[in-house]
Unconditional design. Sequence first.
Length: 317
Amino acid sequence: MFLEFDYAGNFNEGFAPVLKDGKWGYINTKGEQIVECKFDGICFFHEGFAAVEKDSKKGYINTKGEQIVECKFDGAGKFNEGFAAVKKDGRWGYINTKGEQIIECKFDNVRDFNEGFAYVRKDVIFCRWGCINTKGEQIVECEFDDAYFFREGFAAVEKDGKWGYINTKGEQIVEYEFDYADNFKEGFARVLKDGKWGCINTKGEQIVEYEFDDVGYFNKGFARVLKDGKWGCINTKGEQIVECKFDGVGHDFNEGFVVVLKDSKKGYINTKGEQIVECKFDDVGYCFNEGFAAVEKDGKWGYINTKGEQIVECKFD
């Protein structure tokens, strides 16, 4: 049975924060209090650890409620890839899950580790970002105005208002030539140039021309694209497999189908761009699942199959 608290938050990694008499603790999914309400502030668990605060200092506990890092830091981030950012005397560094200081607090600002690397900043005035590895070695000097997390071994970086890409060795694999550049996904990244979107591959080669008003992420080999207010789809060769004629297209194909919108009605197309379900429903399920999709008409729900046949009439609330 759950205990009575002044406040109870959402569960995360099997634990929820609870408040009683101005102090915070945690319960598990059985309602058992695994950490008594004794902290001035707490965070969600992440990778089995949570930052906690006592007397304006921060430390960490594990899922057993054991204090693995005493409350001695001025700031404490979440664990990511086994490391957490901590702040002391105005400077940031990193600890590991044993509470050992593996990178001294010497940076003005830091970000989480991702794919084995973290962005750090040393200069408050010029606000330039660089990159370190898990040994604390500076693999890229602090020279970027902004930078994104590494994804698939590459990171988008900005310098003097233009974006390019570096690899995990810190090498510039795509020059600063874009007005904006996004993360790689499935080996491709969307990039903006002169107000139009296109796509490049990990070699920096342009596989989709700069002709679209928007381009979505590739998912399962396809990406949605916007042109003149209408949506369509392209494949990883940059070929337009669905012309831009819909008012909306779902984010990704599932079981070979994606939702499309036209004149406020919804239907489905397949990966060949064929309309297998005409746009006639008021609403549809996000995707097909096990060969069926939920569809709504006149306030009632039913089901169709992958041939577009109505196998359960729309009669359910």
